[in-house]
Design a protein around this ligand. Structure first.
Ligand code: SF4
Ligand code: SF4
Length: 60
C-alpha cells in the first residue's frame, strides 16, 4: 500500500499532479493539492512531475 504526503508549504497549486495521476487520487483544494481518492498506485508520476518537490511517496 502506498500513501503520499503533500507539503503545504511547498505546493504551488499548479495542478500537475492532479492531471497526471492515473487513479484520480489527488485533487486541488483552493491552491493546495489534497488527497481525494481511495488508492495510490505508487507509480511515482506525481513525485517526478512536481516541480516544487512537494510530494513524498511512502510505502507501508
Ligand atoms: S504538482 Fe506539486 S506543486 Fe503542483 S499541485 Fe501537485 S503537489 Fe502542488
Ligand atoms: S504515486 Fe501515482 S497513483 Fe499515487 S498519487 Fe502519485 S501519480 Fe497518483
Amino acid at each position: 500500500m502506498y500513501v503520499i504526503l503533500i507539503d503545504d508549504e511547498k505546493c504551488t497549486g499548479c495542478g500537475n499532479c492532479v492531471e497526471i495521476c492515473p487513479n484520480e487520487y489527488l485533487g486541488l483544494d483552493g491552491s493546495v493539492a489534497v488527497i481525494k481518492g481511495d488508492e495510490c498506485l505508487g507509480c511515482e508520476s506525481c513525485v517526478v512531475d512536481c516541480a516544487a518537490e512537494a510530494i513524498t511517496l511512502q510505502e507501508y
